[in-house]
Design a protein around this ligand. Structure first.
Ligand SMILES: NC(=O)C1=CN([C@@H]2O[C@H](COP(=O)(O)OP(=O)(O)OC[C@H]3O[C@@H](n4cnc5c(N)ncnc54)[C@H](OP(=O)(O)O)[C@@H]3O)[C@@H](O)[C@H]2O)[C@@H](O)CC1
Ligand SMILES: [K+]
Length: 480
């Protein structure tokens, strides 16, 4: 499992060590880790000796880390130039850099020269701002970084890409996209959240021996899925594995029902009872026409139910049943005022904006895209439900504050019906008794992996995702 911590949590954990006079030791560890990462990249592209790096150095300790790392690299035969982008820099680090033979330039009014130097380097080290940043890059510096970014240089970010908010992943102003981000003490939450995540490249973490509390955010890996997936036991039967009720599809939209059912079947449900006008596949049992008359362990409601009053009534009945429910698509505009934590809402950014606006918090789609975690948390606060916010990185927030961020997918997953399949997988897990936030996060992970497997780099249809899910689970089960 990957865990994410806020910049504030990292600062708090560092504080006792700083008070004990161990600041220089922490910085030395950070610099050593960064230097190794840079050396590794330089070796990959032809060798360290004689190669050149340019450091963009801001006013704080982030710049200090980069300068100390470069000092180590100068001693290994790397040529290094520091471009000082602020009116001050970490003095001790700058002195050791200079003494080791580093060249120093000031950005102040010399953009053309600094740009040319940066673009001629093998690697650029972004040491402008770290967790001490307040807002994005501004003024003259923002203009310089914007111009540099247009040339897409090879960048390694020191702790985090400068201008990215360490806690939220929000981006304001220009940013250098990194090949790799070498982060210190703990992975900051902003590096695992959109939109900032897209600028981080590969993540590597340098351990500083900090004592951190509970993580703010979790990202499940394949071992977590293996540990928590409801694998069937030899003595299980269809009822013991969980029965899922599905209210999906309408005369106008039968396809959504098919894809949701296929999603649920692909994840290994014990049994499905289907309510609606679509023709279900042979593995699915037709349920009684009212929600109350069906014995199930969980409900999946909403895909393709617009313009069908009978289906919409069933959605509402399921949402009021007290059972775990995954509410997708059309069900999101039918929500009763009171929802429990065992209801999983699965909006995309636009649907979340509509949901929040409907609850009195005027929100635009772009607001959600800029700060997805903040808005997903707000929806949990206002509804009491579990929220899965779909996107290239899918965020899940549970009512107890658990946050998951899953990013296994491929852009090809952005296709009609993909969400119906995801809802089906969540439904199967809920019916098996998996706790809602974990069910949603595992489903997002498996759905993403299935998308990648089905795609092989090319386009996919939503039904291809369902077809690939059993193979993904088969491969994961081998790790058990
Ligand atoms: N603590 C430790 O033990 C360890 C910390 N480590 C390292 O330290 C980093 C944190 O260092 P830090 O606290 O000095 O903050 P950092 O981000 O370098 O700069 C803040 C300065 O920038 C300025 N500034 C702020 N926003 C701005 C903006 N938008 N645009 C322009 N300027 C802006 C602001 O100046 P002000 O505006 O207040 O005058 C402030 O002085 C951390 O990320 C990690 O790399 C590691 O070595 C491990 C041990
Ligand atoms: K940085």
């Amino acid at each position: 499992m990957i865990t994410g911590y806020t910049g504030t949590a990292v600062r708090d954990a560092e504080q006792p060590l700083l008070e004990a006079g161990r600041g220089p030791e922490l910085m030395a560890k950070a610099a050593y880790g960064l230097a190794n990462a840079v050396a590794w990249r330089l070796r990959e592209s032809g060798g360290t000796y004689g190669s050149s790096i340019v450091l963009l150095i801001g006013p704080g300790n982030n710049g200090g880390d980069a300068l100390y790392a470069a000092t180590l690299l100068l001693n290994r035969g790397v040529r290094a130039t520091a471009v000082l982008v602020a009116d001050r820099a970490h003095q001790e680090a700058l002195t050791s850099f200079r003494l080791a033979g580093g060249r120093i330039l000031k950005l102040d009014g010399r953009h053309e020269e600094c740009l040319a130097v940066a673009l001629s380097a093998d690697l650029v080290i972004d040491g402008i701002l770290g967790i001490g940043a307040r807002g994005g890059l501004r003024g003259e510096l923002a203009g310089f970084v914007e111009r540099l970014a247009e040339h897409a240089p090879a960048v390694i970010a020191c702790d985090l890409p400068s201008g990215l908010d360490a806690d939220s992943g929000a981006v304001s102003g220009p940013l250098l996209a990194a090949l790799e981000t070498v982060t210190f003490g703990a992975i900051k939450t902003g590096l695992l959240l959109p939109p900032g995540e897209e600028f981080c490249g590969e993540l590597s973490q340098i351990d500083l021996g900090l004592e951190l509390g509970d993580a703010e955010l979790r990202r499940l890996d394949e071992h977590d899925i293996v540990d928590h997936w409801p694998w069937p036991h030899r003595v299980d039967h269809k009822y013991s594995r969980g029965v899922l009720g599905v209210v999906a599809g309408s005369n106008a939209y039968p396809g959504a029902a098919h894809l949701a059912l296929r999603g649920a079947l692909s994840a290994g449900t014990g049994m499905i009872r289907y309510l609606g006008p679509a023709d279900p596949p042979p593995e699915v049992v037709r349920g009684a026409s009212t929600v109350a008359a069906n014995r199930v362990q969980a409900w999946l409601v909403g895909p393709g139910v617009v313009e069908d009053e009978a289906q919409q009534r069933r959605c509402l009945d399921a949402l009021r049943s007290g059972l775990p429910v995954v509410a997708d698509a059309g069900a999101l505009s039918l929500l009763p005022r009171e929802l429990g934590p065992n209801i999983v809402l699965t909006p995309h950014a636009g649907e979340l904006a509509t949901l929040l606006s409907g609850l009195g918090d005027r929100t635009e789609r772009t607001d959600v895209e800029r700060q997805p975690l903040r808005h997903a948390k707000r929806a949990v606060e206002l509804t009491g439900a579990t929220v899965l916010l779909k996107g290239a990185t899918t965020i899940v927030v549970g009512p107890d504050g658990q946050v998951y961020s899953q990013s296994e997918g491929t852009p090809w997953l952005a296709t009609a019906g993909s969400g119906d399949t995801l809802a089906g997988i969540i439904g199967t897990l809920l019916a098996s008794g998996v706790e809602p936030a974990l069910a949603a996060a595992m489903a997002a992970s498996v759905h993403g992996r299935a998308g990648v497997l089905a795609s092989q780099g090319g386009p996919i249809a939503a039904s291809d995702i369902a077809t690939a899910v059993p193979r993904v689970l088969g491969e994961l089960s081998c790790l058990a």
